[in-house]
Design a binder for this molecule. Structure first.
Ligand code: MLT
Length: 406
């Protein structure tokens, strides 16, 4: 269920270009009208004003899927895909009412600002209207883990060659939200690893390891009837992918290694993992994410995109404490994957954030050199979370690679 009602709007000639197609500005205006109309039918158009705030549009990703013409009636569905403390994201799907063709899909990120333009917490009435975080039509499936001690939330969208997205730590599947929305030519599958997001997990940290995470991926693929898939892993998601390659190589068609590295932890890194696990047990999720945040994002991201910082905090809060401790120990104990990559004969794309402090571009370059034929790209102005910090550039690189893979 979504807070916004579905609205039908007619395309006017002045929304269209000289050839009669609905143009960019026309579509953006139409989507805006749909939002106001839905507010008018619900809590009132003055919902924000009467609470002394304004929803400032910070980012819009629009995918044009089919042409629309004057007199077409578009049915615009609007869902809340993310609600943070100060920000929220809406997803619009505009369909031609006469034949249900999807004309455009759009993801819009709003920050709630006060009269001086400063980000401000969503007033209670607005938060109540937006409701808890919803995924609209993308409610995850629940898949039992093979070990029987976890239930995995698996989101599936679209049709085509499957692409499985594996998140890093301490994130969840929503870190891929831009790619899940935009890669409409592929079947996108994203799951929350055990203990993260909407997945449940074992109560003891012993129930977590790279091998278990990898076996969980296979359970999700089996549940969906997917024999082989492209797998895209970010950071810890990459470590899980290395185990998947060792354990279930036949399930993998091609790989994307994003913001990750193949080597095992040094002695010092292992000590830091133990300290982080102890911090999680002592002080909880917030303390963990605050400890990690200074190294997670490009220097420009927190000021340019405060909603990304908000989302990182929210994702971390959705981990259970055993899930965090289990993941940290699983990373501490992971094997070196250099040899796994050297043996690999699969189409491979390596992506690095230009400002990533955890898996810097030079590490990515060395990793790409291990795999014959691997492609390497550095995403500018991105830290360790390129898909969220620079979604358009990251998605474009994925589209190019996935198109080659076929
Ligand atoms: C991640 O993003 O998954 C972690 O930063 C990986 C790590 O700490 O090695």
């Amino acid at each position: 269920m979504t807070a916004f009602s579905t609205v039908e709007l007619t395309v006017y000639p002045n929304d269209c270009d000289a050839f009669g197609h609905l143009n960019q500005a026309g579509l953006a205006a139409l989507l805006e009208r749909a939002r106001w109309e839905a507010l008018a039918r619900g809590p009132g158009m003055d919902l924000f004003q009467r609470n002394g705030v304004w929803p400032a549009l910070r980012k819009a990703t629009i995918e044009y899927r089919a042409a629309a013409y004057p007199r077409d009636v578009l049915r615009v569905e609007t869902g809340v895909v993310h609600r943070g403390a100060t920000s929220f994201s809406l997803r619009h799907v505009a369909r031609r009412a006469s034949d249900d063709t999807v004309v455009a899909e759009a993801d819009m990120v709003f920050v709630c600002v006060d009269h001086l333009g400063r980000a401000t917490p969503l007033p209670e009435e607005v938060a109540r209207f937006l409701g808890p975080r919803t995924m609209g039509a993308h409610q995850p499936l629940r898949v039992a883990a093979p070990t029987g001690d976890a239930e995995l939330a698996v989101e599936v969208r679209g049709e085509g060659t499957p692409v499985l997205f594996v998140h890093g730590f301490p994130f969840d599947r929503t870190m891929w939200r831009h790619q899940l929305a935009a890669l409409s030519r592929w079947k996108r599958v994203a799951l929350d690893l055990r203990g993260a997001g909407d997945s449940t997990g074992p109560k003891s940290p012993e129930g977590y390891s790279m091998a278990r995470y990898a076996d969980d991926l296979v359970a999700a693929l089996d549940a969906l009837g997917i024999r082989q898939t492209v797998v895209c892993g970010l950071s810890m998601g990459g470590y899980v992918l290395f185990d998947l390659l060792r354990r279930h190589r036949d399930r993998v068609k091609a790989i994307v290694l994003a913001c990750t590295k193949p080597d095992a932890d040094s002695a010092e890194a292992r000590r830091n993992r133990d300290a982080l696990a102890a911090l999680a047990e002592r002080e909880g999720q917030d303390a963990v994410v605050e400890r990690l945040l200074p190294r997670l994002l490009a220097p420009v991201t927190p000021s340019a995109q405060p909603e990304v910082v908000g989302q990182v905090r929210e994702m971390a809060r959705r981990w259970s404490i055993p899930g965090i401790v289990g993941a940290v120990r699983a990373m501490r104990d992971r094997s070196d994957s250099t040899e796994t990559l050297r043996q690999l004969r699969l189409p491979t794309l390596v992506l690095a954030g230009s400002e990533d402090q955890i898996a810097p571009p030079e590490v990515a370059r060395a990793m790409a050199a291990l795999v014959p034929g691997a492609q390497l790209y550095v995403v500018p102005a991105a830290g360790h979370l390129a898909p969220l910090e620079q979604p358009l550039a990251t998605t474009r690189l994925l589209v190019d690679f996935l198109t080659q893979v076929g």
